[in-house]
Design a protein around this ligand. Structure first.
Ligand code: HEM
Ligand SMILES: [Cu+2]
Length: 550
């Protein structure tokens, strides 16, 4: 790793207190927020929007779980149940999890970590936000004008023949895609062009590498989803026949198009989560990260290999044995760069004095839950096993362990890690830890049971089931209540801190990356003068931990 460039730090404290981005008199009033080109304000606006989407998606999840408490119709008809899981999945994927870390936390932290005043294209950043809002309004409208019952995957031929607001929902997915693409373009240009002097690629914080790899997928894969949605809308409107077998089309072709985007898309969801864990673990282990370069490059490796495994979603769709064999082999390959990250995180903690603050508790939860999610992915990548488990609750449990147990838990780690920096307030640590415990226990109650049900043949997307599954379904539902309670307590704890005084120090956790060299919350233009690279990221041998760090 190249030597550090020594020059005087430009800690804002040296220059007295300056108005922060939240209270800057130059930017007062709701209009200044709606037209802001400040990456920090846009990050915060995305944060509230994705948290609202998570809340709505979570409500649908609790309704699904409540209906599944007993076999047969409890308070939903079969049709309503189909709509509920479709909306749960679509909202959670397109409105919450894809923008959650890159557009909210990434937008706020990326320029700060690079020592820049903003992203490369601030106006495009503002436009991306409003395109996201337009897409969200269209998605919500589709709920109100008939709903969608196709599943979040919109498979043909059902999606081209069923009623409801499929066209409106797929239009909203098409629109949301542009917000994702533009954000990706913005972040790639920012990392290439706005790094502080002396910050080479291997001086970048690992969060930046994760967001950069994610941006590559956002720009390359999302257009494929856009084209797929347009073809589906054309098929519904004009029966052009591309997915209609009766007139020479192929309904399975839709699955290839859809998963060519949606498998890389799962890395748009998990890579930013992994990137947060690479920030939190060295900080609370007070230890230089193990294998910095391998972690950095494994993010890019995951992004690239992720483009060549989509066929593992179609092992039971009549795919040729050769194609299935190749996709199965390539799927195992993805486990290698993911394994490198997990190994290096564990090696970083080995024999270090770990501080169990809330962000670190979530990071440790991530390691366990993502571990289970990743390993069960290997089960599903094995042909003979997947033939048995495809479309069962084993698959539902697997992707919730990766999406919820992985990304959402990492999102919570990042939120608690950067909350003092974003809003200048510390939250109640004890309540934070209790909420984390409830989330961990509730999550495993909800989803661990689903592995057992799935391996015994419980199909997904059914509102009713054989009596033998009732005890496990009931336990899973109780778990979703504990999980919901934990998430609620975490949210109230963070929000109530906003009513308190700005008591957070510049660097409450003793982090080494540049965002901790700014005021809490940061000033409008982030730094006074050009911040300097004083040491490499996570280099605790050359870093003096501030006295007021917890
Ligand atoms: C908050 C706790 C959550 C609970 C209790 C929950 C529960 C469920 C359940 C029970 C199903 C299966 C429905 C069925 O197949 O009949 C499901 C499906 C799904 N969930 Fe979740 N979920 C949660 C969070 C999430 C999150 C954070 C994501 C983010 C990606 C997500 C994405 C999905 C997707 C994509 C489906 C498939 C929907 C479909 O089959 O079309 N869920 N969820
Ligand atoms: Cu996949």
């Amino acid at each position: 790793m190249a030597d550090v460039i020594a020059s005087p730090a430009v800690h804002t404290a040296d220059h007295g207190h300056h108005p922060d981005y939240l209270e800057d008199p130059a930017f007062k009033g709701i209009w200044s927020w709606m037209t802001t080109i400040d990456h920090k304000r846009l990050g915060v606006m995305y944060l509230w929007a994705v948290l609202l989407a998570f809340f709505v998606g979570g409500l649908f999840a609790l309704l699904i779980r409540l209906e599944l408490m007993h076999p047969g119709e409890d308070f939903m008809t079969a049709e309503q149940y189909n709509q509920a899981f479709t909306l749960h999945g679509a909202i959670m994927v397109f409105l919450f999890i894809i923008p959650s870390i890159p557009a909210a936390l990434g937008n706020f932290m990326l320029p700060l970590m690079l020592g820049a005043k903003d992203v490369a294209f601030p106006r495009l950043n503002l436009a991306s936000f409003w395109i996201y809002i337009c897409g969200a309004v269209m998605a919500v409208t589709s709920i109100l004008v008939g709903g969608v019952d196709t599943g979040w995957t919109f498979y043909t031929p059902y999606s081209t023949t069923t009623g409801g607001a499929v066209t409106m929902m797929t239009m909203s997915v098409f629109v949301l895609g542009f917000s994702s693409i533009f954000t990706g373009i913005n972040f790639i240009a920012t990392v290439h062009k706005l790094r502080a002097p002396g910050m080479g690629w291997f001086q970048l914080p690992l969060f930046v590498w994760g967001i950069y790899a994610t941006a590559i997928i956002q720009v390359l894969a999302t257009p494929v989803l856009g084209i797929t949605m347009v073809l589906l809308i054309m098929e519904r409107a004009f029966n052009i026949g591309i997915f209609d077998a009766q007139i020479g089309g192929d309904p399975v072709l839709f699955q290839h198009f859809f998963w060519f985007y949606s498998h890389p898309a799962v890395y748009i969801m998990i890579l930013p989560g992994m990137a947060i864990i690479s920030e939190v673990i060295p900080t609370f282990s007070r230890r230089t990260i193990f294998g910095y370069r391998l972690i950095a490059l494994s993010s890019v490796a995951i992004a690239l290999i992720g483009f060549i495994v989509w066929g593992h979603h179609m092992f039971t769709s009549g795919e040729s044995a050769l194609a299935a064999g190749i996709f199965s082999f390539l799927t195992f390959l993805v486990a290698i760069p993911s394994g490198i990250k997990v190994f290096n995180w564990l090696a970083t903690m080995y024999k270090s004095s770990i501080s169990l603050a809330t962000p670190m508790l979530y990071a440790l939860s991530f390691l366990m839950l993502f571990g289970i999610g990743g390993l069960t992915g290997i089960f599903l990548g094995a042909l003979s096993v997947d033939i048995h488990l495809h479309d069962t609750y084993f698959v539902v449990a697997h992707f919730h362990y990766v999406m919820m147990g992985g990304t959402v838990i990492a999102f919570l780690a990042g939120l608690h890690y950067w909350w003092p920096k974003m809003f200048g307030r510390m939250y109640n640590e004890t309540v934070g830890r209790i909420a984390c415990g409830l989330v961990f226990v509730g999550f495993n109650m909800t989803f661990l049971t689903q592995f057992f049900m799935g391996s015994q043949g419980m199909p997904r997307r059914y509102y009713t089931y054989l009596d033998q599954f009732q005890p496990l379904h009931a336990f899973s539902t109780y778990g979703s209540w504990v999980l919901g309670a934990g998430l609620m307590i975490a949210a109230v704890n963070l929000m109530s801190a906003l009513r308190g005084p700005k008591n957070a120090p510049e660097n409450p956790w003793g982090g080494t990356t540049l965002e901790w060299q700014t005021q809490s919350p940061p000033i409008t233009h982030n730094f006074i003068g050009q911040p300097a690279i004083e040491h490499n990221p996570y280099d605790y041998r050359n870093f003096k931990i501030p006295t007021d760090a917890v």
